[in-house]
Design a protein around this ligand. Structure first.
Ligand SMILES: Cc1ncc(COP(=O)(O)O)c(C=O)c1O
Length: 454
């Protein structure tokens, strides 16, 4: 079906704004707010254009969120085509919620799950609530042993107890990407035909749109399953705001229905149950726009980001006392070239440097992993940011010398889940026998939360 517009939801939102004379439902941000001059300036600088876009629209004025058949439906279809899947759903409450929506749709209460322990907390919590049986995949050095997982799947099938759902963390903050095509093929070949797969690819949505970065992604995994005649349904979550030009909390939930066309209805049902009843239309429209930008310019933009990452590596190694380290991704994983790992010189503590970078030079890096600073050179990280980071590291290399970092945080916890944020991956869970050992070293710089199951 030909589409009149390439950004149908954005067009519809702008048209609805132009048409509206009164929106008598919830606070109209574009209306007459009784704000004094000082706060008016702050309001404008904090909310900007969102002030005019953020209204409560309905089916009559724009489209239905839960049963779209106009602009939102067109935007969903365009996104599904762009990502190479059967269906895409827009979520305006974050990838955390998209994960819960996906896992609830894919797992009947009391079902069996095979879970990647490096998955995001949202998936652990959903599984803890819903699953009757959880088989935690084995890891080696923080990476899943997928060969062992294939063996365990074959074994489970032989025992007549295959998992209903297999959950895989397809991309990590630190830049580890599962080679989805080969891993999904091996797992699906060993699993039962009805076993569903959920791939959380939160960190690598934009990667789908450039030949240099497309390879390991879930879209390739779906294509590989189809090419080999494997009909296992696959659900994929992208936290669009992390790598695309989408607003915070914008997430895509994709579905390849495989041999289970009815799964789409379960996903819609799960969206209905878990999504806020007040979706943010600016966030939804930003998903439409982000997809169109990615289709038109993704390859070029990612290419530029790759050049920038290479430039950053070269400059850090040449111009600072820090040095870059190539991530060893491990078997069945690939390294994301848009992540730069930066090791401090001997005597400097990476976490101290990270804090110093912010306090002294306004450069924000959110994570230290394995004693290295992790820089995410996603699209939008420009030359000025590279200059600022190099400058900050030069200063940190001079000024912070001799300062020692804090002792690694250790604590004793009786909680069932211990979660370090960033990146929100549990470091102890009730599924893991070893987590009865309650002494947990918190990663440098992370906030640690102890969460009991309800
Ligand atoms: C792997 C992974 N999945 C999901 C999420 C949740 O994304 P959001 O913050 O958009 O809810 C995160 C957030 O950091 C993440 O790292």
């Amino acid at each position: 079906m030909p589409f009149v517009s390439r950004v149908p939801l954005c067009d519809a939102l702008i048209a609805a704004e132009a048409a509206v004379r009164a929106n008598v439902h919830a606070t109209p941000w574009a209306g007459e707010l009784d704000v004094d001059d000082d706060l008016g300036g702050i309001l404008e600088s904090v909310y900007g254009a969102v002030r005019t876009h953020d209204q409560s629209w309905s089916h009559a004025s724009l489209d239905s969120f839960h049963r779209p058949d106009r602009a939102l439906a067109d935007a969903h279809r365009l996104a599904a085509a762009a990502f190479g899947v059967d269906r895409t759903y827009f979520v305006s409450t974050g990838a955390s919620a998209a994960n819960v929506i996906a896992s609830t749709a894919a797992l009947a209460r009391g079902g069996r799950v095979m879970l990647d322990p490096t998955a995001h907390q949202s998936l652990h919590f959903a599984v803890e609530r819903d699953a009757g049986e959880v088989d935690l995949m084995a890891t080696v050095d923080g990476r899943v042993d997928f060969d062992a997982a294939v063996d365990r799947l074959s074994d489970a099938v032989a025992r007549g107890r295959p998992p209903d759902l297999v959950i895989v963390a397809a991309s990590s903050y630190d830049g580890r990407r599962v080679d989805c095509a080969s891993v999904l093929l091996s797992l699906a070949a060993a699993a039962a035909p009805h076993t569903r797969f959920l791939l959380d690819d939160a960190w690598c949505a934009i990667h789908t749109f450039a030949p240099q970065t497309r390879g390991p992604g879930p879209s390739a995994g779906v294509a590989a399953l189809r090419a080999h005649g494997l009909g296992n349904p696959v659900l994929i979550v992208h936290s669009a705001h992390k790598t695309m030009v989408a607003m915070r909390q914008a997430a895509y939930l994709h579905l390849s229905v495989g041999n289970e066309p009815d799964l789409a209805a379960r996903v819609s049902q799960s969206v209905f149950v878990h999504h806020t009843t007040s979706p943010s239309w600016p966030i939804l429209a930003s998903l439409d726009l982000a997809r169109e930008l990615a289709v038109r310019r993704g390859a070029q933009t990612v290419g530029r980001a790759l050049d920038r990452a290479a430039d950053l590596r070269r400059r850090i190694d040449a111009e600072t006392s820090f040095h870059t380290v190539a991530l060893d991704p491990g078997e069945h994983y690939e390294a994301d070239p848009l992540r730069v790992h930066i090791a401090p010189p001997i005597g400097l503590d990476a976490e101290q440097c990270r804090r110093g970078l912010w306090n002294d030079t306004g450069v924000h890096l959110s994570r230290v992993a394995a004693g290295r600073l992790v820089a995410a050179t996603t699209i939008g990280v420009g030359e000025a940011a590279v200059d600022a980071l190099v400058d900050g590291l030069q200063r940190a290399g001079r000024g912070a010398r001799g300062r020692t970092g804090p002792a690694p945080t250790t604590f004793t916890s009786a909680a069932a889940f211990v979660v370090a944020y960033p990146p929100g991956v549990p470091i102890a869970t009730p599924f893991d026998q070893e987590s009865t050992v309650r002494e947990v070293g918190a990663p440098a710089g992370a906030e640690v939360f102890e969460i009991d199951p309800f």
